[in-house]
Design a protein around this ligand. Structure first.
Ligand code: RAM
Length: 349
């Protein structure tokens, strides 16, 4: 794809691009790698928020794949998880005409549609990862793992941890997060479809910590004041970390499970506050996203069902239909972490 270029991506121009974007707003950040060939393509990863360590791990893989493929990577995103700031950032990326591909972890499934449509119309390849935009706003989505498996596994795991007795509270990310909302729908479905099994373990509360540590911690305090709650499911790496620390400090015997980074939660698995949790390899998500963008940019795939391509060391990947009528590439299955394996993983991610 030929894009209008204001300048070539030498060291000084990459700094210049960073400055241009940085000048437009003090509340988001952009980083580029500058040791790439002058005519390399540029792919941007727009994080839910740049502070989130999970997003930083995803970018680590994105950056790695870009390095292998000779692509210039850009890390950008808002300082807190809002769609408005993502719209501003993507707008600037489109106006500047420097990027050939955008991978976005969306803070709202629908709100980014106008700006992403503009990006696609201007010749930029667009995918979502982690948290999807609607099917009309992207060419395909990178799905970490089957949302049904994630949602059902989390409820089944919570049920086992509390021996089928006690209320369940969910501490989610933002109210508009499409990934968390879909997982919560599957959690509710698992309970609805098995009323006998779950008769003593209802979901008594859903709270939103906005992927912000302080807000998640104060929501956890609220949850702990409800004496019916025996376990919290936090399907967000930020939420589970905040909940674990509040439970520990308060001395509560409420248990915890969810989706967490082993590096942040291992001590709570060891102490028994969070007997087990799930995740997938966040580095691989970013790695897969960059190779998928590359396959789109080089016209190896169009994003249609049946398309296949090689995603570096992850090997052959194919495009499948998703539940919304769009398409996706799935990384794998959710992986369970507990006392038997957390030691091996706590230094990996
Ligand atoms: C959080 C984010 C992200 C989610 C992970 C599990 O950091 O909300 O979207 O996929 O947790």
């Amino acid at each position: 794809m030929k894009l209008r270029r204001f300048f070539s991506l030498t060291l000084s121009s990459a700094m210049c691009m960073s400055m241009l974007i940085g000048c437009a707003s003090g509340s988001d950040r952009q980083e580029t790698h500058t040791n790439m060939p002058q005519d390399s393509e540029t792919y941007a990863f727009v994080a839910k928020d740049v502070q989130n360590p999970y997003m930083q791990k995803v970018y680590e893989g994105f950056d790695k794949a870009c390095g292998e493929a000779g692509i210039t990577p850009v890390y950008t995103g808002p300082e807190s998880a809002t769609p408005q700031k993502q719209i501003e950032i993507i707008n600037r990326l489109v106006e500047e005409g420097e990027v050939d591909g955008i991978a976005v972890a969306a803070n709202d499934a629908d709100a980014l549609q106008p700006v992403l449509t503009e990006a696609i119309n201007s010749g930029i390849n667009v995918i979502s990862l982690d948290s999807a935009v609607n099917k009309d706003s992207r060419q395909l989505h990178i799905q970490q793992a089957d949302p049904e498996q994630i949602g059902r596994n989390l409820i089944r795991n919570a049920y086992e941890i509390i021996d089928g007795e006690g209320g369940i509270a969910i501490l989610s990310a933002t109210k508009q997060a499409s990934n968390q909302n879909l997982w919560i729908e599957w959690m509710e479905k698992e309970i609805e479809e098995n009323p006998d099994k779950y008769k003593n373990t209802p979901i008594v509360k859903i709270a939103y910590g906005d992927d912000d540590f302080t807000k998640s911690a104060s929501e956890t305090q609220g949850i702990l004041s409800n004496k019916d709650v025996k376990i919290i499911i936090a399907p967000t790496t930020m939420g589970i970390q905040a909940a674990a620390s509040v439970i520990e400090q308060s001395g509560s015997d409420v248990k915890l499970t969810g989706l967490g980074l082993p590096s942040a939660i291992y001590q709570y698995i060891e102490s028994g506050i969070c007997p087990s949790m799930y995740l997938w390899n966040p580095i691989d998500i970013g790695y897969l996203a960059a190779y998928t963008l590359d396959a789109l940019v080089n016209n190896e795939i169009t994003g249609a069902v049946g398309d296949a391509f090689t995603a570096g060391s992850l090997g052959e990947k194919s495009v499948t239909a998703d539940d919304s009528g769009g398409t996706e590439v799935i990384l794998g299955s959710p992986f369970k972490f507990d006392i038997t394996n957390i030691g091996e993983w706590k230094s990996v991610y």
